[in-house]
Design a binder for this molecule. Structure first.
Ligand SMILES: [Ca+2]
Ligand SMILES: [Ca+2]
Ligand SMILES: [Ca+2]
Ligand SMILES: [Ca+2]
Length: 368
């Protein structure tokens, strides 16, 4: 007969600002809402099963528990270890405290735009800037309600929050931009959670598979390299401005337009750099026929800077996330979001399609 050996160690960790330790009462866990509860039991059942029950309902069937509560309250949690001959149960009370969470971005981890007509201006940059000072500038903008531009294809920002964005039933969040009717500049959204508990976005990323994800014109793992121009153009409109090459044997130039005369190449970057992601064919067309009215219609769903911020079609469901092989994943919540420009195109005088980001709205935190 193999007895269940059983002991538990409770580890509750979460993103900065939302942490409360065990209260000291036996098997009483105190945690804030929208914070990860991590329990890593020491248990050895010699082949068998583990089940976690929350108020009597199964929430996990693995030994380690990772869970997040969207609502304050008192919950009963049970851990069962079962083998052929034995069963052992450990019961907990979980007190989930209410907490004021910021409904918006609280941290920017990285900002690396592609070249574009708003680069070095939104936010402003000089040759003295570094990746770190640009990260700080992007963080200041996005925590102040200002806007940043990601430039052309592949330019990105990675940001986070003071709480876990919980995957509830239906839509969970909106990435805020400046899309309006016929002016979509779709950005691909990736999500991640702090699997290793270190507070940093160094864990696996999952792509939000929006309406274009499975289309035949969409290119996964697209790579583009941008080359720093040797000089800035002397004419006010230069079509052979910034050279690019891609991993499909194509090459071309970004143009400089008459409305934006600063350098479009990030001043803090070296001679060339490569950006990657899912490439989507742009919807852009010239509605006037004479080059005066460029229109980029939105994709159906699943992107940033695509529909207006208050349009329900701008809302994202974490359940749309897929892994790098395209398999759907079930995430309980997310800590990190990456957004990058998903088109590589220009509309004449209007310049390139470049995703803008101005903030983030956690739909769980509305009406609370
Ligand atoms: Ca959801
Ligand atoms: Ca991490
Ligand atoms: Ca733009
Ligand atoms: Ca935009």
């Amino acid at each position: 007969m193999k007895k269940v050996f059983f002991s538990l160690s409770v580890v509750a960790l979460l993103t900065a600002g939302c942490y409360k330790d065990d209260s000291g009462l036996k098997n009483h866990i105190v945690i804030d809402k929208m914070s990860w509860l991590r329990i890593q039991p020491e248990a050895n059942i010699g082949g068998g099963a583990y089940i976690w029950l929350l108020d009597g309902e199964e929430i996990a069937d693995a030994k380690d528990l990772l869970y997040v509560f969207a609502q304050a309250g008192s919950y009963s949690l049970e851990f069962k270890a079962i083998n052929e001959t034995d069963e052992s149960t450990e019961s907990f009370t979980v007190t989930v405290n209410d907490k004021n969470c910021t409904n918006g971005i609280t941290r920017v981890f990285e900002y690396l735009p592609a070249p574009g007509q708003f680069i070095n201006e939104m936010p402003a940059a000089t040759a003295a800037d570094t990746p770190e000072t640009m990260r700080q500038k992007a963080e200041k903008a996005l925590t102040d309600g200002s806007m940043i531009s990601l430039g052309g294809f592949g330019g990105y920002v990675v940001f986070g929050f003071d709480h876990v964005v919980v995957n509830r039933e239906g839509a969970d969040f909106t990435v805020l931009g400046n899309a309006f009717i016929n002016s979509a500049e779709p950005g691909v959204i990736m999500v991640s959670y702090d699997a290793n508990g270190n507070g940093l976005p160094d864990d696996e990323w999952y792509e939000i598979a929006g309406s274009e994800y499975n289309k035949s014109a969409t290119v996964k793992n697209y790579e583009i390299t941008y080359y720093k121009p040797e000089t800035e153009p002397v004419v006010s409109h230069e079509t052979n401005y910034i050279r690019w090459t891609d991993n499909r044997g194509q090459s071309g130039f970004l143009s400089k337009n008459t409305f934006h005369l600063q350098s479009y190449y990030p001043l803090w970057k070296g001679d060339s750099y490569t950006l990657t992601g899912t490439f989507m064919e742009a919807n852009i067309y010239d509605a006037s026929g004479n080059g005066t009215n460029w229109v980029n219609t939105p994709y159906d769903w699943g992107y940033a800077d695509n529909w207006a911020n208050n349009d329900p079609k701008a809302q994202i469901d974490i359940d749309w996330a897929v892994d790098k092989n395209g398999n759907p994943v079930k995430l309980k919540g997310i800590d990190f979001v990456k957004v990058y420009t998903g088109n590589r195109t220009e509309g004449g005088w209007m310049g390139e399609i470049s995703t803008e980001v101005s903030g983030f709205r956690d739909l769980n935190l509305l009406n609370q």
